[in-house]
Design a protein around this ligand. Structure first.
Ligand code: FA5
Length: 350
């Protein structure tokens, strides 16, 4: 053993207990994991005083080496354990701080998820179907793409009827097919399928070249018809009045106006007093105080004959109402176009 090594160890013996105490106090006072790593390097890193002494062990005398080895190992273990314990503690504290900074309050009620609901047009359609099904009508559907034969010809429309005009009807391709302009062709489909007596409703989408505050190019109708023995205009009037009262209550007035449809005779248009202005006049009722909601009449004997139903034996009434008009009056909507703009703020009101 050289003298320098003996001197260094003699010097260290007096120092290392204090060094260990200093290290333990420093570790205890640390507040961050980063600083802990720096402290480990300072006391136990390759270039640290303690590791320098451990490297010298091999050069100590055989008498001194065991005591020095045991001492240095004990100090190294003490500092390592202190660092490990502190490390776990700091990880705990730092996780707590992250949670606190996140402002995570588990007692807060969760955010309410918005519930959807039916569109007002679908809502009114369902209400009407329910009313008529309760009255004993069955539901039939027909195609939206029709032929001239079903949409016009078999419904007794003359060849030169203005509804056949390109301005009213959306024709498809070379003009042999068209988008149905009303739900009345379902009368023909049903008469082909069933024998009287029959009471049928046909809800569905229809198409016309039409657009303003009360007219839309795509809208919905509900067709209804009843064929039986001795059906008369009184049955039609009673049925329609009943459904208007059901929908709007007793405060609404119903008016039958003589009209014309090629497939009914006599024909009528039915207006109700405008529920928006209560008859005073507004832009929806075009200042008249009344709004037309449906067309109706007794099924023309010509239509029954074409369908091989004997008009001497069977008679029937039919009506076709506009669903959007009914929805506008029910919910106080003053422009039909609002129903199709998909504005969430508007739709959430219903
Ligand atoms: C018809 O469509 C006949 N098929 C109704 C009918 C059926 C009469 C059975 C007799 C027997 P009209 O064109 O009047 O009739 O339309 C019926 C209803 O649809 C109108 O009263 C109105 O409420 C609604 N309507 C008509 N055009 C539009 C449109 N462009 N936009 C929204 N609603 C409309």
């Amino acid at each position: 053993m050289d003298d320098d090594v003996a001197k260094t160890w003699a010097d260290a013996r007096n120092k290392i207990d204090r060094l260990r105490d200093g290290a333990l106090v420093k570790i205890e006072a640390l507040g961050k994991s980063d600083d802990l790593e720096k402290t480990r390097i300072e006391f136990l890193g390759k270039k640290s005083y303690i590791m320098g002494l451990i490297k010298l062990l091999g050069r100590l005398s055989a008498e001194e080496r065991p005591e020095a080895g045991a001492k240095l190992n004990a100090i190294r273990t003490e500092i390592e354990v202190a660092i490990e314990t502190k490390k776990k503690w700091l990880q705990h504290v730092e996780q707590d701080q992250i949670l606190q900074n996140e402002n995570f309050d588990i007692s807060l009620p969760s955010r309410l998820l918005g519930k959807g609901h039916f569109h007002p047009v679908a809502e009114v359609m369902d209400d009407l179907i329910e009313i008529f099904v309760e009255l004993g009508f069955m539901v039939e559907e027909g195609p939206e793409v029709e032929t001239d034969e079903f949409n016009f010809k078999m419904l007794n429309f003359p060849d030169d009827h203005p509804a056949r005009d390109m301005q009213d009807t959306f024709y498809i391709g070379n003009g042999t097919r068209l988008m149905r302009t009303h739900t009345s062709p379902v009368q023909i489909h049903a008469m082909k399928k069933y024998q009287p007596p029959m009471s049928v409703i046909a809800p569905g989408r229809v198409y016309r070249c039409d657009s303003d505050v009360t007219h839309s190019p795509v809208f919905h109708q509900l067709e209804g018809f009843y064929i039986d023995k001795n059906v008369n205009f009184g049955h039609l009037k009673g049925t329609l009045e009943l459904f208007v009262r059901h929908l709007y209550g007793d405060g609404v007035e119903v008016r039958f106006r003589p009209s014309f449809f090629p497939f009914t005779e006599p024909s009528a248009e039915i207006d109700i007093s405008c529920v928006l202005c209560h008859g005073g006049g507004c832009r929806v009722c075009k200042e008249t105080g009344w709004l037309e909601i449906l067309g109706a009449g007794m099924i023309d004997p010509n239509v029954l004959s074409v369908m091989d139903i004997n008009p001497e034996k069977w008679t029937g009434f039919a009506f076709g109402l506009g669903i959007e008009r009914i929805a506008m009056l029910k919910y106080g909507i003053d422009d039909i176009r609002l129903l199709y703009e998909n504005n969430i703020g508007f739709l959430q009101q219903f």
